[in-house]
Write a protein that binds this ligand. Sequence first.
Ligand SMILES: Nc1nc2c(c(=O)[nH]1)N[C@H]1C(S)=C(S)[C@@H](COP(=O)(O)O)O[C@H]1N2
Ligand SMILES: [Mo]
Length: 358
Amino acid sequence: MSEAVSISASRSGLIIREKEPANLEFPFASLTPVTPTNEFFVRTHFPIPAISAKDWTLTVDGEVEQELVLTYDDLLRLPSVTAPVLLECAGNGRAQLVPKAKGLLWDTGAVGTAEWTGVPLSAVLEKAGVKKGAVDVILQGADKGEVDDPKSPGVVHFERSLPLAKAMRPEVFLAYKMNGKDLTPDHGFPVRAIVGGWYGMASVKWLTHVTVTAAPFEGFWQSLEYAYWKRERERPTLTAVTEVQVKAQIARPALSEAVPGGKPYRVFGAAWSGESDVVRVEVSTDGKTWSEATLLGESVPFAWRLWAFQWNVPEATGQYRVMARATDTKGHTQPVKHDSDRRTYMINFAFAVEVEVV
Ligand SMILES: Nc1nc2c(c(=O)[nH]1)N[C@H]1C(S)=C(S)[C@@H](COP(=O)(O)O)O[C@H]1N2
Ligand SMILES: [Mo]
C-alpha cells in the first residue's frame, strides 16, 4: 500500500459534501436506470487507500477449517456473477431532517444502482469450510483511522459484520467490477463487498479480511456508528443498521423547478426496498390525494425500479408540493415522519418537492 489517492476532475458531475475524505453526492435529477460510475455517490470515512491488484490479498480466517489467502488472480478464477444492485447510504436524506442533523448532510443523492461483477461470498466461505457454531462474518477494509465523535477505541479499520445466514445469500458478493470495468479507487479497488438489500455501510470497500466468528461481533461501526435505538419491552438498545427501508424518490421535477401550467408533466423517479420488492408507487400533487404511478420495466431484486406519473398541471400558477411514496411486497409503506429512534439513519419518510407552476 502506498500513499492515499485523491479524487480526480472526473468527479465534476458530483456534489461535494466533503473534500477530504471524499464524500460526493449524485445529483438525483440525473437519474438513469443504471448509474454511471463517474456519477455514483462516494462515501468514505478515511483517506482512500492505494492498493495495487498485484499486492492485494484477501485473508479468510477465524472459525474456518482451512484458512485462505487469495490473490486477485485466485479470485478472478472463481465463477462470477453480474447483477445490478442498489447501494444507499443509511444517511441518505439527512438534509431533510428538522432540526438540522449532525453529520454529512446528504440530500437525495447518496444512492445509486450499478452493475457489479464478483464472486459470491458463499463460494469463498465454502472453500474455507465454516465451522459449526459460527455466527458472524466480519468484512474488514484496508482503510483506517481514529474517529472523534462518537469516539472510536483508538485507530480502527472500517469493518462490519453480517450474520452467517446473510453472508451466505446470493446477493452478497466480492465485487471487482463496476459497470463492466475494474473498480475505481474511490469505489473500493481492487475488491469490495456488495451486500444487496442492506444499507451501504455493509458493502465494505478495499476488502482485505473476512473473519468468521463464534460470538456476535460488536465493532465500532455497528454498535456506535450506523446503529439505531431498537425498543423491546420499553428498553431501547443500540442495534446495528441493516436492511434498506422502502422508499420512492422524485428525480423530476427538481426542487424549485418551473413547471408550465395547463399541460401534462411527467413526474419521474425511482423506488426501492431492501430485501423486498416495490409493488406500488403513489404520487400526490395536492397534499391530500394520492394517485398510482406506473412502474417501469421489470422488477429486479436488490435494484431500484423506475416509475413515472403523468401530472395534469393546473392552470393556476403558484407553489405546488409534489410527493411520492412506495409500498413493498411485505406491505411496508413510507411513514409521514422520521422516527427519532432511528437517529440520523434509515430516513424514508415521504417529503415534498416544492415546485413553481408558471
Ligand atoms: N472500507 C470502507 N468501506 C466502506 C466505507 C468506508 O468508509 N470504508 N463506507 C461505507 C458506506 S457508509 C457506504 S454508504 C458505501 C458507499 O459506497 P460507494 O462509496 O461506492 O458509493 O461504502 C461503504 N463501505
Ligand atoms: Mo453510508
